[in-house]
Every structure is written in C-alpha cells, then in structure tokens.
Design a protein around this ligand. Structure first.
Ligand SMILES: [Zn+2]
Ligand SMILES: [Zn+2]
Length: 265
C-alpha cells in the first residue's frame, strides 16, 4: 500500500511525499523544511517517516531546501550522477550534498528504501538534466513526470504501466500566448524543452491510459497561465473522450503552495 501527499506543486515550490508500509521518500525539496515539518505533524507524521529524497532536476523550485534537508537530516539523496555533479556546484546544495549523495543507476531497479525500488527516465527540460521516476512498491507502480517540454516514448511507456501517474499540466496555451510574459519566456515555456501544456498533457493521458491506472494527479500548474479548473477540464475531457467515466480513475489537481490531503493510492 502506498500513500501520497503533495506539499506544494509548481514554480512556487515542489515537494511530494510517498509513504510505503515501512519507509517514506520525499520527491524534490522545493518547500521549506519547517513547513514540511508542520505539514507532517498535521498528518501525525514526522521526519522519522522520511528515509530518502529523490531529486528530479536542479531548478530552484525543486531544490531550494535540499541543502537544509541534508544538513538537518543527512538522508540519502538519490538522483543521477550528472545531477549530483551539478548539485555539488549549486549554491543551494554544494555545502551539504556530499555525504548524502547516492547515484541512481540507469535501466535497473535501484533499491532506494526497504519499500521502494526506483528507475529514472530522462525528460526534455532546460535544466542540467531532468528525470522522471518510476517507483515500485509491491504491486503498485507510481510514475512521476514533471517539468518536461514534451513527452517521450519512454515516459509514456512507463506511465502506461503505472497504477498512479503524476503528470505536469503547466499552462493553457491561449492564456500563455495572450498573457504579458515577454516573448522569450513564452518561447522558453512552449518550445519543447520547457513545460507541458494542458493540451499536451491531455494527449499524453490518452496515450498512457490503460485498465490498471487508478489515479492521475496533475502537477506543476502555472500561476499566471493556467487555472486548476482549466487543467482539470482539459484532462477530464481527454478521459471522457476515451470513454473513461468519472468513477473509473481518480483525477486530481495538485495545488500551488497548498498541501493535498494524504491520499491512499
Ligand atoms: Zn519546476
Ligand atoms: Zn524546472
């Protein structure tokens, strides 16, 4: 059995917790350690429920507090060798990451905690490198893909095996193009190595949809170029079009700056 909570999702900070029967992993550390402590306490949990940290990439909204977590808790931090080299140089992490470093190996199940085995896949994004995760716990497969300019065959393949998928639904194209971001930023977001639009997310959902899928969580919504209602409606329409009724798959939007309930997957 797995449980999941999002402490925050989006450019304001990303931090998720996945709990197994005996261990928990934090995915990204873009939320302050004191806030995570408070959120854990509200769920009658504590830092002793954290056994490891996974890192998707080296943008501030994903690693802002990673140094504090390393300094305070000295948990193993698992990511790719390429990203670890970047974290060893990054001002947010360089003083504290060394003793926590654990390299994920490619194309094998990495035993990250006693409950969780992890494989990573590279996704296109304008960071040093950015990865999605396939996380196995017993019969369950949790797949997370965030901060990706477009989907890849490998990402879709993992998602098409998953029981739960967390997928980015970053922006509504009309809001982005009609909004007041400078053109260079609009291009950065929408041209393949930035973020996934609601439309691209909806298309991905139709591609990875399969009978074993129970949960889809939409993550990393833009604060300026999206709304939870638009993201939800777009994904919901994709499911309806594929003949999947509201009861068959739980569809949920993960909010910016606000914790989700503790969800049993
Ligand atoms: Zn991000
Ligand atoms: Zn990013």
């Amino acid at each position: 059995m797995m449980r999941f909570v999002s402490f925050s999702s989006g450019s304001c900070g990303n931090c998720y917790l996945l709990l197994g029967p005996r261990s928990g992993i934090l995915i990204d550390a873009g939320v302050g350690i004191r806030r995570v402590k408070k959120e854990l306490e509200a769920l009658h949990l504590g830092f002793d429920h954290l056994s490891a940290i996974l890192v998707t990439h080296d943008h501030g909204d994903h690693i802002r507090s990673l140094g504090s977590f390393c300094k305070r808790l000295t948990l193993p931090v698992w990511t790719t060798p390429t990203l670890h080299e970047a974290l060893l140089r990054h001002p947010f992490t360089r003083d504290w990451i060394g003793p926590c470093r654990q390299d994920l190996q490619a194309d094998i199940w990495n035993p990250v905690t006693e409950d969780f085995d992890v494989q990573y896949f590279v996704v296109p994004h304008d960071a040093t490198q950015c990865v999605g995760f396939a996380i196995r716990c017993g019969e369950e497969l949790f797949v997370l893909m965030t901060d990706l300019g477009h989907t890849t065959p490998q990402a879709l393949e993992w998602a098409s095996l998953a029981t739960t998928v967390v997928v980015e639904s970053n922006y509504d194209l009309e809001m982005l193009l009609g909004g007041d971001y400078p053109q260079v930023l609009k291009d950065r977001i929408s041209h393949g190595i930035g973020h996934l639009s609601n439309d691209a997310c909806a298309q991905a959902i139709q591609q990875f949809l399969h009978p074993g899928l129970r949960n889809i969580f939409l993550c990393h919504l833009s604060g300026n170029n999206n709304t939870p209602e638009l993201a939800y409606a777009s994904a919901r329409a994709a499911l309806d079009e594929a003949g999947v009724g509201p009861g068959a798959i739980a569809l949920r939007v993960l909010r910016r700056g606000v914790a989700s309930p503790l969800l049993t997957l």
